[in-house]
Design a protein around this ligand. Structure first.
Ligand SMILES: [Mg+2]
Length: 272
């Protein structure tokens, strides 16, 4: 009998965006080359982000300004994952949305109707323009029976000027007022990975997830059954890895180290 873990081929790549491909507006060295190699390889790939502000078209334009050429169809946001989740759960539903175009467009595209009259769901996403009135409306609708969904649990995000409060912080405000917790769709919920795999018609056992955070990217990749690669250009530092009760399949300094690996796996020779 041979070993139970024969080398598996790699057919699909998922990669986080912030801290992996870019730091805010700036490309991380090797990111443009990685995306180029993935596009050349013919393998399926998606760039993942928990940020629900932007549409894939917006994100493509922003990445292009950083010199990274990702097709719109290769971008998977927590807003798209949320829309897919709601479509699967309750087709033709209604939602009261606190969020930006990334979220409202995604919900429209799956046939959802936005309303503040007895909606099936209150859906909270990332925004920079929270209004007291909108939050109050969301609270009252949840009290009235609307189910509470949030695109991502991140409490804060980075900006050149310092910390920005993010979806998780506003969700906490609504939770405190209502006593109800949201169901979060984005990482670390492995649903984000599973919906990305479904989008590509890909399989977990032949997919690699690349991320910069142990407690979001790596854990959700692991829980979705993927092999995982941690890059050290973002959140998690090398000395922190061993503090976690789980580990990535591989650790590399940056995405630049993955370019040859992508080229190899395209040729069907890779092992992780
Ligand atoms: Mg990241």
């Amino acid at each position: 009998m041979g070993p139970m873990t024969a080398p598996r081929t790699v057919e699909t790549w998922l990669t986080d965006m912030d801290g992996v491909l870019v730091h805010e507006e700036d490309a991380i060295p090797g990111a443009a080359e990685l995306v180029q190699a993935l596009r050349r390889s013919g393998m399926g790939f998606l760039v993942l982000t928990n940020n629900s502000i932007f549409t894939p078209r917006d994100l493509r334009a922003r990445l292009l300004l950083s010199g990274i050429d990702v097709p719109e169809s290769a971008i998977w946001t927590s807003a798209l994952a949320t829309a897919q989740f709601l479509l699967d759960q309750r087709p033709d539903g209604t939602a009261y949305v606190v969020g930006e175009a990334g979220l409202t467009t995604a919900l429209h595209d799956v046939g959802y109707v936005m309303t503040d009259r007895d909606p099936d769901y209150v859906v909270l996403g990332e925004t920079r323009t929270y209004s007291f009135e909108a939050i109050t409306k969301a609270i009252r609708l949840i009290e009235g029976g609307a189910r509470f969904i949030a695109t991502n649990p991140d409490p804060s995000g980075p900006s050149p000027a310092g910390t920005l409060p993010a979806t998780g912080s506003v969700a906490a405000l609504i939770s405190t007022a209502t006593g109800r917790q949201p169901y979060y769709i984005g990482k670390p919920n492995p649903l984000m990975m599973r919906s990305a795999l479904n989008r590509l018609d890909a399989h977990s056992e032949t997919t690699i997830m690349v991320g910069d955070r142990m407690d979001t990217d790596i854990i959700s990749g692991l829980e979705a059954g993927l092999r995982t690669v941690l890059v050290l250009t973002g959140s998690t530092q090398r000395h922190q890895i061993e503090q976690f009760p789980y580990r990535p399949s591989r650790v590399v300094d940056s995405v630049a180290d993955l370019v040859p690996f992508v080229e190899q796996s395209a040729a069907g020779r890779a092992e992780a």
